[in-house]
Design a protein around this ligand. Structure first.
Ligand SMILES: [Zn+2]
Ligand SMILES: [Zn+2]
Length: 749
């Protein structure tokens, strides 16, 4: 029988009312005092920088906009807020056309295919945008043209004569990336018509020395003179500055870049291009030109919302989000996008004067580097989102890259750190706590949540900490502090493990009176649920699995953070066969990835441990071909994973019973215990990795089985003469012990 889980709804509601208020603490520059501004907004609008369509994005792109936008949206939805989160591919521009040419496809088809590919990857990562669409849509064309005409009417569009390159061979214009040549600045020979990749200088096609058309590869070019359109927003500069200045709560990354651009002043920018792929310009004399991609891309945020509104059957619904100042608008972007989001785009919106709101918060991220070098799409450096999903489940990446999110300064993706984060944080801290709790409840309480009796201080403390953690995390994530929040939640997970370790339910369960173990496990169950609630925005798949193992009817993504206090009822039946949430990653596996994709951290590991180098192992394998062959021949039945041995082989093992006399932890390690075992003829010292499962005191006096003729080894500098036998049911471990006591030194056969 499944008992109904009771939640108190009143605490949820109260929480939501509070959540509608956003407290912004500002430090006034001049007065150095804290000003608290209270804003009350009715709804949230979230945008993530639109990933450019022509290639699959790397983890550096992913961490700076797409992922945090999703986490923030998930968090707000859990709070019961009205949220609209949109994103899509940025489809226009010459890079897409060039990539399509290289792929031998029409640009239309190529872009559509790449859009679908990216969309699929993000879905598999669990990104929960209300709509992930694109900029090559009717809505975007219409809105871009509309805003342009408004700017034109309001006097912000100017005409200017400019020189452009033309290929006489192909009879076409060569804007931006359609031309390559030698950089006039650094003399790099493959500079592109828009920018030199080598020295980063922004270029114009006509600046290039010895320009080549990328279509025919020839240098048969001429300079043509023609009219182009420019947007001149110097007139709204003051308004933009006022808006930027009114947001001192923004990250430093955002304000410092915005201010340096404002200092330079808003210069006229070209917004027309001599190509066909893009949105046509609705102006006489410009029929053969399209808008420069930078102009229509950010308008995509609005047009994607329009498309979403249409899909909801209410075409005007987008206005509620984009035209009502009661909306709190947050942009998630990488730092390269700050000038567009704090200067150019807001200036465009102010200039068009169509009542569209400006962002309330521009969350800009610094760079995530790959193994101490820059991620690069063009040079294929780093891990790309599609590869990432082939290697590990999405939550592993989501957790690690948010843990190292470059919120204040550049950070590094390191394979070794990725492994440590998955193994230590996800598997050992979170996964282990949840799995132990569920396993114990299944084993000792028939899978039913046991009753609590009188709570001791330690029990009350951990419950109070859960509540406090939810409050702090809520405040931190409201302030868009992604790393801080994750640290806060994992600090609580660590405390949960400590609680389990201190209360030792395994020891109490052996006693007649199980009430204290029952109390402990009840509280641990509540903490598991709390952890799932709090971690749902970050690791949505694993959080949902915890909910499934707890056999809760509600979806974790609908459970508010305030509901961490709502208890799962006594006798509620949990899932009978929970599996570990995370799988640890072997060092060898990570070395393999590091060697395949490149990585300094792996080189360092191999310098210290050359024996782990698989390229060297291959050589050793070749040296012993006979042994290898024998192994495959004797693989045996499906259920037996190891090769068969003879009884004679087994007799080689000197297995004996012995009694544990002394146990102490090995200094500087979490897992190792130094154990003295009396085997009748002598006292043997062995080192065993069971410290996380057994309390030293609990082991003294226990009779165990050890292998006496195992080669002595030094483990962390401590000598080990033998090995104890234990059943490994990862993460649980159980030491083997004779059922009846026998004289020490008795042979095991
Ligand atoms: Zn250059
Ligand atoms: Zn050509």
């Amino acid at each position: 029988m499944h008992k109904k889980v009771l939640y108190s709804r009143t605490s949820c509601q109260k929480f939501r009312e509070n959540a509608l208020r956003i407290f912004l603490i500002r430090f006034s520059r001049t007065e150095r005092r804290v000003i608290t501004v209270t804003k009350t907004k009715k709804r949230y609008l979230i945008t993530s920088a639109l990933p450019y369509v022509n290639s699959v994005k790397h983890l550096g792109n992913f961490v700076s906009s797409l992922l945090p936008a999703d986490i923030y949206a998930r968090f707000l939805r859990q709070r019961g807020e009205d949220v609209l989160a949109v994103c899509g591919t940025d489809d226009h521009g010459t890079p897409a056309e060039v990539s399509a040419l290289e792929a031998g496809m029409s640009v239309e088809k190529f872009v559509e295919q790449m859009f679908k590919k990216q969309k699929d990857i993000y879905e598999r990562f669990g990104l929960s945008f209300d709509l992930f669409s694109r900029t090559h849509t009717e809505e975007n064309a219409e809105l871009t043209q509309h805003l342009f005409l408004k700017l034109y009417e309001n006097g912000f569009i100017k005409e200017k004569e400019v020189q452009t390159l033309f290929c006489k061979n192909c009879k076409r214009n060569l804007p931006d990336r359609f031309v390559t040549g030698t950089c006039p600045n650094c003399k790099y020979e493959h500079a592109r018509g828009d920018q030199c990749e080598n020295c980063s200088k922004v270029l114009d096609g006509i600046d290039l020395i010895n320009p080549h058309c990328i279509i025919c590869g020839k240098s048969n070019t001429e300079i043509k003179t023609g009219n182009h359109l420019f947007i001149d927003l110097a007139g709204v500069e003051k308004k933009v500055k006022k808006w930027v200045d009114s947001h001192e709560e923004w990250p430093k990354t955002t304000t410092s870049i915005a201010n340096s651009w404002l200092k330079e002043g808003l210069r006229p920018r070209s917004i027309s291009r001599d190509i066909k792929w893009g949105i046509p310009i609705p102006l006489k004399g410009y029929e053969d030109k399209v808008f420069y991609v930078w102009f229509d891309a950010p308008i995509g945020y609005i047009s994607i919302s329009q498309r979403w509104a249409k899909e909801q059957g209410d075409p005007d619904l987008w206005k509620k989000y984009w035209k009502d100042p009661d909306t709190y608008l947050v942009n998630f972007i990488g730092k390269d996008n700050v000038p567009f989001h704090t200067i150019t785009f807001p200036a465009t919106l102010i200039g068009a004067d169509e009542g569209i709101i400006l962002a309330d918060f521009v969350k800009a991220f610094q760079w995530l580097n790959y193994e101490r070098q820059k991620f690069s799409s063009s040079r294929k450096i780093g891990i790309f989102t599609d590869t990432a999903l082939e290697l590990y489940p999405p939550d592993y990446w989501r957790y690690y890259i948010m843990k190292i999110a470059p919120e204040r300064h550049d950070t590094d993706f390191l394979w070794t750190e990725f492994r440590e984060s998955v193994n230590n944080d996800l598997a050992d801290i979170l996964g282990n706590f949840v799995h132990r709790t569920l396993t114990f409840v299944n084993r000792y309480f028939d899978g039913k949540v046991p009753k609590t009796s009188k709570l001791a201080k330690i029990d009350k403390d951990i419950l109070a900490l859960l509540k406090k953690t939810a409050e702090i995390a809520d405040k931190e994530l409201s302030e868009l502090e992604f790393q801080k929040t994750l640290l806060t939640i994992f600090e609580f997970a660590r405390e949960c493990n400590k609680y389990f370790q201190t209360k030792k339910p395994w020891a109490v369960l052996k006693q007649e009176d199980k009430t204290d173990a029952a109390t402990t496990l009840n509280i641990c169950i509540q903490c598991c649920k709390g952890l799932a609630n709090l971690l749902a925005p970050y690791i949505p798949f694993s959080a949902e699995r915890i909910y499934q193992y707890l056999n809760l009817k509600e979806n974790v993504h609908q459970a508010s953070w305030s509901s961490v206090e709502d208890k799962i009822a006594n006798d509620h039946k949990i899932h009978s066969e929970p599996q570990p949430l995370f799988k640890k990653i072997d060092l060898e596996e990570i070395i393999k990835h590091g060697l395949e994709w490149g990585g300094d951290s792996i080189k360092e590991v191999l310098e210290k441990n050359p024996e782990l180098d698989p390229t060297k192992k291959d050589i050793e394998k070749k040296k012993k071909p006979k042994q290898e062959k024998k192994k495959t021949e004797t693989k045996g039945s499906k259920t037996m994973s190891k090769e068969m041995i003879t009884f004679k082989d087994f007799q080689k093992l000197d297995l004996r019973a012995g009694t544990i006399k002394e146990v102490e932890p090995v200094e500087g390690t979490k897992k190792l215990l130094k154990i003295q075992v009396d085997i009748g003829t002598e006292v043997r010292q062995i080192v065993a990795g069971i410290a996380e499962r057994y309390d030293p005191k609990e082991l003294v006096g226990k009779q165990i089985v050890i292998i006496c003729n195992l080669e002595p080894a030094k483990i962390r500098g401590v000598e080990s003469n033998g090995m104890l036998l234990a059943a490994d049911a990862d993460p649980e471990i159980s030491i083997l012990t004779p059922v009846k006591e026998v004289p020490n030194g008795s042979k095991v056969r």
